[in-house]
Design a protein around this ligand. Structure first.
Ligand SMILES: [Zn+2]
Length: 871
């Protein structure tokens, strides 16, 4: 607080001294200055307001001249808050690197005085809160603008400075009008860590005069770049899953406020003209006609201002409305007008020469964002009644006539409680209601496991999500087996069905079924024996992996069952963790409190037995229980890896498992002694591994190491000496593939140019779910059922490998949810998805599909857990 006052004081002095000089007497200046300043300061403090400064006045640089670091921007926002009655700031948390996250609420003083009443009224308007709306508050809508979710798209956060200033500037007559019926919520920077990574780097490498040459160092941002947050996650893919700290904290606020309009302010490649609404196809079918129409209305008003200035722009292309975890779709699926705005500018620094010879300056970029932001607020303010009515209607439709084919979703109570819990947590985070069926019934239903329509017997304890609820649209979008596509040309994955992601036996029905009573989880077994012979812990969900990581980290010795067994009248599956007094004598009795407290922390099903004598299967001393050698994990990183995908692995170990690991730069593999590690994870990437490095890795595996290669990392090991991964199963297949490629190239010679984009699609998999057959007798498949639904995000395809355990495979009959091109699909027939090659004393695990994609594929986390720990 003190520092703020000191800062304000300094600023006031600076200002007044200018005025004083302008006014006159040079002679008196010297002697009178300190007294005058003090007097001024006291006066200003007493009056409280009236000293509001523009960004130009406040910062050492002019607005748009250079990037303003986050901390300096926070200083400015504090200054505005202290000097304007039209804004209230609310901190909502901190980033991973402890930077402040905050929202600015901007409106008239009268509106801000009843902020909480406005909020509650708005929730009542949606039907998210009981009770009638207050007519005196009805003519007011909420417009939320978010800046720089991609941190290196830094003109966004920069433009917000002026947006805020002009909204509260007493001289601005236009914005004064808007505030009367609009509450504007500004998130000045969604991703301060990424934004700071970019800005600090840029200020480090830029000279005094900006260099507009695209080759200049200041336009070549190094890996991992400021787009992503601390863990290299793309926060604009995380709205629904809410895996990241920034998203989780923000979404609490978003759901408290539920705006009618949300703008997500981005940047794109510097040569692209400005992009604003209306968005491109494919639209999700559940987006209402009104939402589409109003996007056009907003776009036209933006265009009016851009036309006046002669600025280029485009609409209706590239940025579609499908994947539900974006800053435009998520608001759309929650009743708002959600939009992405894109300024050309990534990597442009303060100035960049464009292909047309023009120079794009930071000032241009911030002016465009500022203009689009203000125009959007204007359109919204002029259409408050319509916005509010259609916002209400959106939720009404869900409650009375939800748009999708499937009206209810049944998740069997017999699913593993660990999986059910993670699933319910995700529903909770998205405010989707669920309950138990309450009674037995029979429904026509789609079986997610087989893709067939069946008659389902619903049991009283089954979990039911009805689409007939306020958030019914979002429930349908997240749960449906596949999205209903208008068009297949998309930017992102086309399927995300939660029952597949969470590995849950589930059914979707076109018939209505409302839950009857709260869903309760089966109670977990708690240790009943003070000094057990052994603890037995289940292995079937991602929380079990967390439990194992926690106790291994503390030095507890653990084995796992390679075959089913029964003891004291109860049966246990493969993968069951076995923690015996015998293995932990050195740590006894403390190991017991470690195990029991970890079990409580992760809500584990943990049983105790007083004998190691098995009724069925092997006794506990048998070598058929594998001893888990504590993984000493290294993760490859650096510019040979993809930033997002490296981040997913890093996040998995650092945050989800909180398990010790070392991040290595793949560029230094030749210099590192690998013997300190027994596990190396190769995240997806484009590796440039030389022969000596491949030999080094091969020798390290032979000596007992475990190399886990994911997705795009596989080609780096493919057909390399010492590794069993081959592109083709045999020479015949290779010849066949080459011949087919040749024929296709010949046939394509006379095809029209215009159809190229669509033809390219036929070979692509933007992201679709494939059914995979699992050999769950192999440790890599432990805890899974005999099927696994895998999210494929690329078209890598390997035939089952020779001399290797092919644990996850796709057969000749495909079952696919979401869009995959016809040729790409054909290529996936009879391929391997997960495999393990025993090599010397070690092993190589090939995960063709990335099981940690965006940290939301819960069932994949178990696969990764198997790859790391089941050894
Ligand atoms: Zn972006």
């Amino acid at each position: 607080m003190l520092s703020v006052f000191v800062h304000l004081w300094q600023i006031h002095i600076f200002d007044q001294s200018n005025i004083f000089r302008a006014a006159g007497s040079k002679n008196k200046t010297k002697e009178m200055k300190p007294f005058f300043f003090l007097l001024t300061f006291l006066l200003v403090s007493m009056l409280g307001y009236g000293q509001l400064q523009s960004p130009d006045q406040f910062f050492p640089h002019k607005w748009g001249e250079n990037f303003t670091p986050h901390e300096m921007r926070i200083d400015y926002y504090r200054h505005v808050a202290a000097n304007s009655k039209n804004v209230v700031f609310q901190p909502y948390g901190y980033t991973n690197q402890q930077r402040l996250l905050q929202l600015a609420f901007v409106s008239t003083e009268a509106n801000l005085a009843k902020l909480e009443a406005i909020r509650l009224n708005n929730l009542r308007r949606a039907g998210l809160l009981e009770g009638a709306t207050d007519p005196s508050l009805d003519n007011l809508s909420i417009v939320w603008l978010s800046y720089s979710v991609h941190g290196n798209e830094a003109a966004g956060a920069e433009s917000c400075l002026k947006v805020l200033y002009e909204l509260v500037n007493p001289q601005n007559t236009a914005s004064k009008e808007w505030l009367k019926n609009t509450l504007i919520i500004l998130d000045p920077c969604i991703n301060p860590d990424g934004n700071s990574r970019y800005i600090h780097w840029y200020r480090n490498v830029a000279g005094t005069t900006p260099n507009p040459s695209p080759n200049a160092r200041e336009h070549q941002e190094p890996w991992p770049g400021g787009r992503v947050n601390h863990y290299n996650f793309d926060l604009n893919r995380d709205w629904a899953w809410q895996t990241q700290a920034e998203t989780r904290q923000r979404m609490v606020k978003y759901n408290e406020w539920m705006p009618q309009v949300h703008v997500d302010v981005h940047e794109q490649g510097p040569n692209s003209p400005y992009y604003f609404a209306p968005a491109a196809q494919p639209y999700h079918r559940y987006i209402t006609q009104w939402q589409r129409d109003f996007q056009v209305q907003i776009g036209k008003n933006n265009a009016r201002y851009f036309d006046q200035e002669g600025w280029l722009y485009f609409t209706k292309e590239v940025f579609d409305l499908l994947y539900p975890s974006y800053g435009d779709t998520y608001p759309m699926y929650n009743g708002a007008i959600g939009m992405t705005y894109e300024q050309g500018g990534i990597g442009a620094g303060q100035a960049l020469t464009l292909r047309n010879g023009d120079t794009l300056t930071l000032k241009d970029r911030v002016m465009h964002h500022y203009t689009a932001s203000m125009a959007t607020i204007e359109t919204s303010s002029k259409n408050t009644a319509q916005l509010n009515k259609n916002f209400s209607d959106f939720f009404n439709r869900a409650r009375t006539n939800p748009p999708g084919q499937y009206k209810s979703f049944v998740i069997k109570a017999t699913n593993a409680r660990e999986r059910l819990k993670t699933f319910c947590e995700l529903l909770d985070r998205n405010h989707i209601k669920y309950g138990k069926a309450g009674k037995t019934s029979s429904l026509n239903a789609y079986d997610y496991q087989t893709g067939k329509n069946i008659t389902l017997k619903v049991e009283p304890n089954d979990l039911v999500v009805s689409a007939f609820q306020t958030r019914g649209t979002m429930a349908q979008i997240l749960l449906e087996p596949a999205a209903e596509l208008v068009d297949s040309l998309t930017y992102d994955i086309t399927s995300w069905a939660l029952p597949y992601a969470h590995g849950l036996e589930s059914y979707a029905s076109t018939q209505r079924l409302d839950p009857d009573g709260a869903f309760t989880f089966s109670t977990n077994n708690t240790p009943s024996n003070a000094k057990p012979y052994a603890y037995l812990a289940v292995w079937r969900g991602s929380s079990n992996v967390k439990f194992l990581a926690a106790i291994l980290k503390k030095g507890v010795k653990v084995r796992y069952a390679q075959s089913p067994f029964s003891v004291e009248g109860k049966s246990y599956a493969r993968g069951t963790l076995l923690i015996t007094e015998g293995d932990n004598r050195k740590m006894s009795p403390t190991y017991r409190s470690v195990v029991e407290s970890a079990a409580r922390q992760f809500d584990q099903e943990l049983s105790t037995v007083s004998t190691g004598f098995a009724d069925g299967g092997s006794d506990f001393g048998s070598s058929s229980y594998g001893f888990i050698q504590r993984p000493e994990v290294a993760i490859l990183s650096g510019d040979q890896t993809s930033n997002n995908e490296f981040g997913q692995v890093w996040y998995y170990f650092d945050q989800e498992l909180q398990y010790p690991h070392t991040v290595l730069d793949a560029n230094r593999l030749d210099r590192i002694d690998l013997s300190a590690y027994n596990t190396i994870v190769m995240p997806e990437g484009r590796y440039r591994l030389t022969d000596p490095i491949v030999e080094k890795l091969s020798a390290w595996v032979n000596a007992g190491g475990r190399l886990i290669a994911i997705g795009d990392a596989l080609p780096a090991l493919q057909d390399r000496k010492g590794f069993g991964l081959t592109r083709y199963a045999n020479d015949d297949d290779k010849k066949k593939a080459e011949r087919a490629a040749d024929e296709a190239a010949l046939a394509a010679r006379l095809l029209d140019y215009a159809g190229e984009e669509r033809r390219a699609q036929s070979s692509s998999i933007p992201g679709a779910i494939f059914k995979v057959k699992i050999d769950n007798t192999h440790p890599l498949g432990f805890g899974l059922s005999d099927t696994y639904f895998s999210l494929k995000t690329n078209d890598l395809a390997y035939a089952p490998l020779k001399g290797v355990q092919n644990v996850g495979t796709i057969g000749g009959q495909l079952m696919v949810s979401g869009f995959a091109g016809a040729k790409a699909k054909e290529k996936q027939k009879n391929t391997v998805v997960f495999a393990q090659e025993q090599k010397g004393a070690g092993a190589v695990v090939y995960l063709v599909d990335n099981p940690l994609f965006r940290a939301f594929w819960e069932n994949g986390k178990l696969v990764m857990g198997n790859a790391v720990f089941m050894r």
